[in-house]
Design a binder for this molecule. Structure first.
Ligand code: ZN
Length: 328
């Protein structure tokens, strides 16, 4: 294992690694240079503490999965092909992408976070259609056929094609709706805290995987979003998604993304060290991290501190790898 000078960030997702920060030890002592925390877990004190250790702190922002909103706004629930609210697949509740009140409330929260916290960036999470894709076999219902979405589709495309057969016009229009959210997030960032990076945690499928589900089902047009996103954090959770015996899948998905984007946008994968789906052994940690730091990747973070904190062998392997990669 040797230094990888092209790797600009070595991070942990999901918590402050307190067990490492004892007896005066800093994040940098462990090869770390960044933390990603859920936005509701970040305080000004944590930001100051991380900055005081010469590291960066990034917030994860829940975009289309703020399910609590539905309690008082049932009209924001995604509607299925039968014209009824679509139950959350495996509990993963999404929201109708054209609900204006929901959109305003998310944008206001996004702006508040950037205004109040001196964070180095903000990463969109669950910015896609109502779906459960974080597993080996995804659950991808077709939505949202509410009256609001249907009339906007007709008005904005000038067609009266039945959207239920997932025509190209419908898929393209839906992707544009989701991309326009990203445009507005970027506009807020530019106005409120221009130094902050805008990132996105996104599905690791290629454009052809699962018959084009990335756009057809999830409404994620990564190429269009690249006009606004600074960093793409692809989520190749190999053990969760059925690739435990093929760690090379991680770097293949990253490589595909570079070609697909056709630009030099930064790609910082988030990779799985936690036991989810299948277990991840400490022996595999350097292999996973090596795949995640192979070009075109220029940064990496690991999922997730909450469960890793108690797995000292994996944490030791992570720290060992990060220290070597960081060596000038
Ligand atoms: Zn709708």
């Amino acid at each position: 294992m040797s230094a990888k000078p092209w790797i600009e960030v070595r991070g942990i997702y999901g918590g402050v690694p307190e067990t490492l920060l004892v007896d005066g030890s800093t994040l940098a002592d462990h090869g770390l240079s960044a933390l990603w925390l859920r936005s509701d877990a970040i305080t000004a004190d944590i930001v100051d503490r991380v900055h005081g250790q010469s590291s960066r702190i990034f917030a994860e922002f829940n975009s289309m999965h703020h399910a609590a909103y539905l309690a008082e706004h049932p009209d924001a629930a995604p509607v299925g092909t039968d014209g009824l609210p679509c139950p959350p697949p495996d509990g993963w509740q999404g929201i109708c992408p054209t609900h204006e009140g929901y959109r305003r409330s998310r944008m206001a929260e996004f702006e508040r976070l950037l205004a109040e916290l001196d964070i180095d960036g903000i990463w969109l999470d669950y910015h896609h259609a109502h779906a459960s894709w974080e597993q080996a076999e995804p659950n991808l219902p077709d939505t949202c056929f509410c009256n609001r979405c249907l009339s906007r589709f007709r008005d904005e495309t000038g067609t009266d094609i039945d959207p239920h057969n997932l025509s190209t016009e419908w898929v393209t229009w839906r992707c544009k709706v989701f991309t326009d959210w990203v445009r507005e997030y970027a506009e807020i960032r530019d106005r409120v805290r221009p130094s902050a990076l805008l990132g996105t945690f996104h599905c690791p499928w290629t454009g052809n995987d699962r018959d084009g589900a990335l756009t057809k089902k999830l409404a994620i047009d990564l190429r269009a979003q690249a006009a606004y996103v600074d960093v793409f954090s692809i989520m190749p959770y190999h053990a969760r998604f059925g690739h435990s015996d093929d760690i090379g899948w991680i770097s293949r998905q990253t490589e595909w993304l570079r070609g697909y984007l056709g630009s030099d946008k930064r790609i910082w994968p988030i990779v799985q060290l936690s036991d989810w789906g299948r277990t991840v052994s400490a022996v595999d940690v350097p292999l996973i991290l090596d795949a995640a730091t192979t070009p075109p990747s220029t940064g990496v973070m690991v999922f997730s501190w909450g469960s890793l904190a108690a797995q000292q062998d994996k944490v030791a392997a992570l720290v060992d790898f990060y220290r070597h990669v960081a060596k000038a």
